[in-house]
Design a protein around this ligand. Structure first.
Ligand code: HEC
Length: 121
């Protein structure tokens, strides 16, 4: 009697464990897809010409931008606005250059890029 009880508890634990593993694997895949899409969009928009993920180039690194906006409730909205139109920015060497919006497919694509930048800190 006691033995069969142990057996079933064990099976249940294995099922729960397998379910948890599927969840972990699934979120890892979703994360990778978003990262790929964000990096592809940044490449398509020539963002890496001036920005690097963690080193200062002509522009602040994405890491520094993420740190600057850390804990700010309007961070996402501010960056979406910054990347929704063309504007003039001062680059590191003091000159003025155009800041063009990335060629995002839609609002979700742009939001994914902004979330990627904000999570570089
Ligand atoms: C010509 C060089 C250049 C290119 C190309 C460029 N940026 Fe920038 N970017 C800058 C500079 C310089 C700043 C800093 C402006 C400031 O803080 O006033 C900046 C700022 C930013 C910021 C922070 C804005 C803020 O509110 O602090 C984000 C986000 C950003 N760029 C994303 C991008 C993305 C995404 C792309 C590609 C579509 C891109 N940039 C392409 C030069 C560039």
């Amino acid at each position: 009697m006691i033995k069969s009880f142990l057996c079933c508890g064990d099976v249940r634990r294995k099922v729960v464990l397998a379910g948890a593993m599927v969840l972990v694997a699934h979120s890892a895949v979703a994360q990778a897809a978003n990262e790929d899409a964000a990096e592809a969009l940044a490449k398509a928009g020539s963002c890496f010409k001036c920005h690097s993920v963690d080193k200062a180039k002509k522009a602040p690194s994405y890491k520094r931008i993420a740190q600057k906006y850390k804990g700010k409730a309007d961070a996402e909205a501010a960056l979406i606005k910054h990347l929704s139109g063309s504007q003039t920015v001062k680059v590191e060497d003091g000159g003025d250059e155009a800041h063009e919006p990335p060629p995002a497919k839609d609002a979700a694509d742009l939001k994914n890029l902004v979330q990627w930048i904000l999570s570089r800190e």
